[in-house]
Design a protein around this ligand. Structure first.
Ligand SMILES: Nc1nc2c(ncn2[C@@H]2O[C@H](COP(=O)(O)OP(=O)(O)OP(=O)(O)O)[C@@H](O)[C@H]2O)c(=O)[nH]1
Ligand SMILES: [Mg+2]
Length: 206
């Protein structure tokens, strides 16, 4: 299995001035609350406890940044969207932080949008995909918790998702538990960090 260039924790940010310097390239993990973003990031990075995971939705409330060993590439673990029980004020803060993060961050080259295989392509996911496209970002859809469905059922979800997104994003099945699709995910993340488009993504508009 391909080794991933050892990431280390850099910083947690709850406001833009706490973001690390906006240089090199960065890929962010986005997705619904509890979809499995932090777990996926850990498995892809090959570090068991790098990003904190939890059974409680809404665990990740800050943007956590991780630096790859060369110091030029980063991963960001975003708080989940769509968690109904978050107090209104916190939800507003998060929306504002997310907007400011994605709009102002010029090192951001791609998004890994993590979705539960049992609940793919929510409205939020679709909005994120459209938004990324409008900003010429690569998108890789990680359909995770594939261990929760039979292989046939998982492949059928993948086919539907691919039909829905067409050329705008690449997509794959993944499981942090059974380690399904780890190599494919590593390649997709490293390709995005290299400034290349993930397989199947549209070309930048400029
Ligand atoms: N069966 C299964 N469970 C998983 C998988 N990935 C994550 N989980 C579980 O899903 C729950 C949420 O995982 P997290 O990785 O914390 O999810 P998150 O998207 O980072 O959640 P927030 O930060 O709260 O938005 C935990 O109980 C994980 O153990 C997977 O591939 N298979
Ligand atoms: Mg998380």
């Amino acid at each position: 299995m391909a080794r991933f260039p050892a990431p280390t924790f850099l910083t947690s940010a709850w406001q833009p001035r706490q973001f690390p310097p906006d240089e090199g390239t960065e890929v962010a993990f986005a997705g619904r609350s509890n979809a499995g973003k932090s777990s996926a990031l850990n498995v892809i990075a090959g570090r068991r406890d790098l990003a904190r995971t939890s059974k409680t939705p809404g665990r990740t409330q800050l943007i956590n940044f991780f630096g790859l060993e060369d110091g030029r590439r980063r991963l960001a673990d975003l708080p989940g969207y769509g968690y109904a029980k978050v107090p209104e004020q916190m939800r507003r803060h998060w929306q504002e932080l997310l907007t400011r993060y994605v709009e102002a961050r010029s090192s951001l080259v791609g998004l890994v949008i993590v979705m539960d295989v049992r609940r793919p392509m929510t409205d939020f996911d679709c909005r994120m995909i459209e938004w990324a496209r409008a900003h010429s970002l690569s998108v890789h859809l990680l359909i995770t918790k594939a261990d929760k469905l039979s292989r046939g059922a998982g492949l059928s979800v993948l086919k539907d998702v691919r039909a829905q997104v067409g050329e705008t994003a690449s997509a794959q099945l993944f499981s942090a538990v059974n380690r399904i699709g780890v190599d494919e995910a590593r390649h997709a993340v490293l390709a995005m960090l290299a400034g290349k488009r993930g397989g199947g993504s549209a070309e930048p508009s400029e």
